[in-house]
Design a binder for this molecule. Structure first.
Ligand code: XMP
Length: 519
């Protein structure tokens, strides 16, 4: 099979950091995919046609019954292979070396590797300071290397820290070059892909051309609908699909009345006026806010919104008439099959439906042009497509919108106050040049009134809380350490500019134990 790009295959043995290998390679403009070891066989290898293969680390032991192994055919491909940690042990085990159980030789954390006499092109740029810091994380260890291999680097607890058979281009390291604690790790990957003949042909320009062709081939002359949330992923997907098939795409933007200040106008203007993409602007705020009246339980709020969203989307999708495809901004981390060792060698498939359950319900096929991309690559593609920077760098905004930033009962009055406070807060953050340093920031309106004094008057108004967090993926988060001056200035502005609020708090809870959103 011929492929548009040079491809590298990562065989996953269940390491927590396998995705980081993919990140390091993508940064080198190398296209790669992660596949679990038990989904890779000789036929798959032939079809995938990798120019190089990497074996990831993993928690297993080669001594365990049914220890995860790659197909032997991988060694006959005639392409360079790099084995990392468990991947190294697998290589040695299968190629005639020996691995020993770790009795007192387990090694976790920082270690230093020093070179042995020989030089290896894989290590160009290494050992300039005599030794290199690396990150080790292993129980078992290699006790005898396979025939044809030589040692190129050792550490006190890993005499075979770096080994290679340069003739066959088989490389095996005991440490993890993909983590930041191995400072020269990226250089090692760069050397590896250079040795394998990669030219760095994975660029956003090339991806865009390719994706457009694929969308045209998939869709033909049929109709596509796309649920737009106003977030980066669905926006980039919509613009890309529009570039591919023009007016065969219709977007549906459901305004549930829980959006931020001016948000609906901004999204509608951008899609209709700037990009000229057919857009149904479904103002359903009465429906959603009506259904949420008197509801204060967070789960009931979420379920109500989710259910109505599907009903409304379906109703408007019928207006498009005969659309057979549903477009979604699904990303690569959502579709990677990860090896799970907790319940035996099972395979967990993480799949993510932005409009949960809809494709099945409506009998539609999916168009997911971002399935191969990481979040920052989606942003790069957005830039390539001319999406304004302000839009690309936006903080995440949850599907249930302001509903989960308004604990207790939701009223139109509270939502209006919240929108104003949030706008002032974000304006402050932008003015101080902090927006891009923060992963997500927002105001929430608390379900209490407190007493204050403004001028000569007593006030009895709502309290609001401000949240700002740093995070990598939203799974864990730390509160952002604003200066006292910033907090004081922001509180003063909100109280002066937003009628209905007379007290401002700053939320200093991390996640865990808190969550990012209030509900
Ligand atoms: P939590 O509050 O769980 O939020 O710490 C983690 C991240 O997920 C976002 N979030 C959502 N996004 N639909 C979404 O699309 C949701 O229902 C939802 N709930 C939370 C949240 O904004 C944060 O970025």
């Amino acid at each position: 099979m011929t492929h548009a790009h040079q491809r590298l295959l990562i065989i996953d043995f269940g390491s927590q950091v396998t995705q980081l290998i993919a990140r390091r390679l993508r940064e080198l403009n190398v296209y790669c995919e992660i596949h679990p070891y038990n989904r890779v066989d000789a036929a798959f290898l032939k079809d995938f046609a990798p120019l190089a293969v990497i074996f990831s680390g993993g928690p297993a032991s080669v001594f365990a019954d049914g220890a995860p192994m790659p197909p032997k055919a991988v060694f006959d491909l005639g392409v360079p292979i790099l084995g990392i940690c468990y991947g190294q042990q697998v290589m040695m085990h299968l190629l005639g070396g020996r691995v020993e159980r770790g009795h007192g030789t387990a090694e976790f954390g920082r270690a230093y590797v020093t070179p042995t006499d020989a030089r290896l092109p894989l290590l160009d740029g290494w050992f300039e300071a005599g030794r290199e810091q690396v990150w080790m994380s292993h129980g078992d260890h290699v006790s005898q290397i396979a025939p044809g291999f030589q040692v190129y680097g050792t550490s006190p607890n890993a005499p075979f820290a770096i080994t290679a058979d340069p003739d066959r281009h088989f490389y095996a390291v005991q440490f993890h070059p993909e983590v930041h604690h191995t400072p020269k790790g990226a250089k090692l990957y760069e050397n590896f892909v250079r040795l394998a003949g990669f030219t760095g042909d994975w660029t956003m320009g090339a991806y865009r051309e390719d994706a457009i062709q694929k969308i045209r081939d998939q869709v033909g002359d049929r109709q596509v609908i796309c649920g737009l949330s106003g977030g980066v992923d669905s926006s980039v997907a919509a613009i890309l699909i529009h570039e591919a098939i023009g007016d065969q795409l219709t977007c549906v933007f459901v305004d549930h009345g829980l959006l931020r200040l001016n948000e609906a106008e901004e999204v509608v203007t951008m899609f209709r006026d700037t990009y000229n993409i057919p857009l149904i602007h479904a103002d359903e705020s009465d429906l959603f806010l009506g259904a949420l009246e008197g509801v204060s339980d967070p789960e009931v709020k979420r379920k109500t919104i989710g259910r109505l969203f599907i009903d409304v989307f379906q109703k408007h999708a019928h207006e498009v008439g005969g659309a057979t495809f549903l477009a979604q901004g699904t990303l690569y981390p959502d579709v990677i099959e990860s090896v799970s060792f907790s319940g035996g060698p099972s395979v967990t498939i993480k799949s993510h439906h932005n409009v949960g359950g809809l494709p099945e319900k409506m009998g539609m096929k999916l168009v997911e042009p971002l399935r191969e991309l990481f979040k920052d690559e989606v942003r790069a593609l957005g830039r390539e497509l001319g999406l304004p920077e302000k839009f690309i760098g936006r903080h995440p905004f949850p599907g249930p919108g302001l509903a989960i930033r308004c604990p207790g009962e939701i009223t139109r009055e509270k939502l209006a106050i919240l929108r104003q406070a949030d706008a002032v807060y974000i304006d402050q953050i932008r003015k101080h040049g902090l927006y891009d340093e923060i992963w997500q920031a927002f105001a929430a309106i608390l379900p209490v009134r407190t007493v204050g004094v403004m001028g000569d008057y007593r006030t009895y108004d709502y309290a609001c809380s401000l949240r700002a967090v740093t995070s990598v993926d939203g799974m864990t988060a730390d509160y952002y350490p604003f200066t006292h001056e910033f907090l004081a200035e922001t509180a003063t502005r909100i109280i002066n500019e937003v009628p209905g609020i007379n007290r401002v708090m700053y939320d200093v809870t991390s996640k865990p134990p808190g969550t990012i959103e209030m509900e």
